[in-house]
Unconditional design. Structure first.
Length: 576
């Protein structure tokens, strides 16, 4: 094959570049070598070689959330299986990733059939990768020839950007290097599905009757609005209706958190009191793009009939459901009703936005009231958020979170910019946040600040090395208490009593984070008091560096954030 031959791999890469994918995360391998070699030579897309598959795939997930599409290249079997957890999270939380791989080729398969050879990285079922990925993607394909590869690639990418979910594309090892005609210069577009007019009218009529009957309606916004580029439409509905709004944890920062209509994020019992009370008192929820998880069981059990729910998979008003209606059409039709109505924007029905309180002091663990310099979860956020606000930094950074005590505490933040809170709030993956930092920063071109639990960081600490390798100046804060605190909260909350004992499985090893930072080529800091934290914050804000920064935040083992205490149904008993 001539060096200048345009190949199937080039076709896929050209399509990705047209959609503003300028980095591809990669784990190399022999089966996929024709793709990885094409990627190395491809103009306009940088190869990001990561430490392991979760590092690559968490980064691709966050990149997809911030850029609109991402790609990760993996080796067959050993790589794809390792990355499965991250891709499943992207599937649940709506991040469009093109998962690229390669399988044993036609010649390998012939030999395997003739001599009963088990090929490396294979379970023996050469379809196993695709079969497994069928469960966590919206489309999948294994190319066994270059014939028709262009149309199949277009179909897969279109599915990814239409549904905002991952797709899987593999090829026989030789196919990525086979000749292919270049694509047209017109980039691919999402498929637009239109509603059935009668069904749409019925849905909006029922929703409107529920809205008109409500005494205290509000909007409950979710992640689908953000992923499907409907945030501007949401803002128009808020303006036209006069409703205040909240968001889910996953949907946090669906809009800039400013103005007079955002009451704060609703994360069930972890929310600030004002938000909890407003949700309890409301009698109509215009729920747009919300992914309702079991974090919201109280809400479902108590407010189901008060919901008008519009998502990409369901339109419901009270107990009435409607088929053949899209979320976008439903939102546009409701906006038209609000704009034509003489009743709205609401002046009497929807109370003014309650004053957003300082959320940290009241939720900090009272055990440490006598030691005001000691860092706790809430004190960390109290001072870090103040520093960000004082320096006017919200416009320049994003925050990444896996599931941890820190994530639930962080939902109390107010004032962040659109699409800057990146979390594993639905899939709830420990360790996601550190791997996500790279993709979030490359995708958004804003600095990533990650707040990780020490247990989560230990799972994926090699990501720090990848950040250093590519001179990405993300900041990783590790909440260092040497325990899986979030796990212990839900197992036995009495462990947080002064005489309580943590279960053995929740105890973590002691790490020297400053030595680790040096070994990985990162800047390293440690803070165990508020004064030290403020000094570190000032340093990382003012320093000019092309390295990532790792900051160990030393907090007491038994610091129990009030937000976490409120989430558990257990009654804490420290008298035994």
């Amino acid at each position: 094959m001539q060096k200048n031959t345009f190949t199937v791999a080039d076709y896929l890469l050209t399509r990705l570049k047209q959609l503003d994918v300028t980095e591809v995360f990669q784990i190399p391998g022999d089966y996929v070598k024709n793709f990885t070699q094409a990627l190395e030579k491809f103009d306009g897309i940088e190869t990001i070689g990561t430490s392991n598959e979760l590092d690559a795939s968490y980064a691709a997930d966050a990149y997809g959330r911030t850029r609109g599409l991402s790609a990760v290249s993996l080796q067959y079997g050993v790589s794809t299986f390792s990355a499965l957890n991250a891709v499943a999270g992207a599937y649940v939380e709506l991040s469009p990733i093109v998962v690229i791989s390669a399988t044993p080729g036609a010649n390998d398969r012939q030999i395997g059939n003739m001599y009963n050879v088990l090929y490396h990285h294979s379970t023996g079922n050469l379809k196993a990768d695709q079969e497994i990925y069928n469960h966590v993607t919206v489309a999948s394909e294994t190319l066994n020839t270059s014939v028709g590869a262009d149309k199949k690639i277009d179909k897969l990418i279109t599915a990814a950007i239409t549904h905002k979910k991952p797709v899987y594309i593999a090829a026989y090892s030789e196919v990525w290097g086979e000749p292919c005609k270049p694509p047209s210069k017109k980039k691919l577009q999402p498929k637009i599905k239109k509603s059935k007019k009668e069904a749409l009218n019925n849905a909006v009529d029922q929703a409107w009757s529920q809205i008109k009957a409500a005494k205290q309606p509000m909007i409950f916004a979710g992640v689908e609005v953000l992923r499907h580029d409907l945030s501007d439409l949401l803002q128009k509905i808020i303006d036209a209706s006069g409703f205040v709004y909240t968001t889910t944890s996953l949907g946090k920062t669906v809009l800039d958190e400013e103005g007079d209509k955002f009451i704060g994020t609703y994360s069930d019992a972890a929310s600030i009191t004002n938000v909890i009370n407003y949700v309890k008192d409301s009698d109509c929820f215009l729920s747009l793009g919300t992914l309702i998880t079991d974090d919201y069981l109280w809400f479902v059990e108590n407010k189901f009939s008060d919901m008008i729910l519009a998502t990409t998979t369901e339109i419901r008003a009270g107990y009435f459901t409607y088929k053949g209606v899209t979320m976008k059409d439903f939102m546009e039709a409701l906006l038209e009703r609000f704009e034509k109505s003489k009743t709205y924007p609401l002046k009497n029905k929807a109370p003014k936005q309650p004053k957003y309180p300082e959320p940290w002091v009241s939720e900090s663990d009272p055990k440490y009231n006598s030691t005001p310099e000691v860092l706790t979860y809430n004190r960390f956020f109290q001072h870090t958020v103040k520093h960000i606000e004082d320096k006017n930094m919200w416009k320049d950074i994003n925050l990444t979170f896996g599931v941890s005590s820190a994530m639930y505490v962080a939902t109390n933040i107010y004032g962040m910019k659109q699409n800057s809170f990146i979390s594993s709030a639905a899939w709830q993956c420990i360790g996601y946040e550190t791997g996500a930092a790279l993709g979030a920063q490359l995708g958004s071109k804003k600095q990533s600040w990650t707040i990780a639990g020490d247990g989560g960081f230990m799972m994926i600490c090699q990501s720090l090395s990848t950040l250093a390798k590519y001179n990405v100046d993300s900041v990783i804060f590790v909440m260092s208490n040497q325990v899986y605190a979030i796990e212990q909260v839900f197992v036995d909350i009495d462990a947080f009593c002064p005489k309580g004992t943590f279960d053995e499985f929740d105890n973590l090893p002691k790490w020297d984070y400053l030595a680790l930072a040096k070994a990985y080529g990162a800047n390293g800091h440690r803070a165990s008091s508020i004064e030290q934290l403020n000094d570190v914050l000032e340093t990382i804000t003012s320093q000019k560096t092309n390295k990532p920064t790792l900051v160990e935040i030393i907090i007491p083992e038994k610091d129990l954030a009030g937000q976490m205490k409120n989430l558990t149904s257990q009654v804490m008993n420290c008298n035994h």
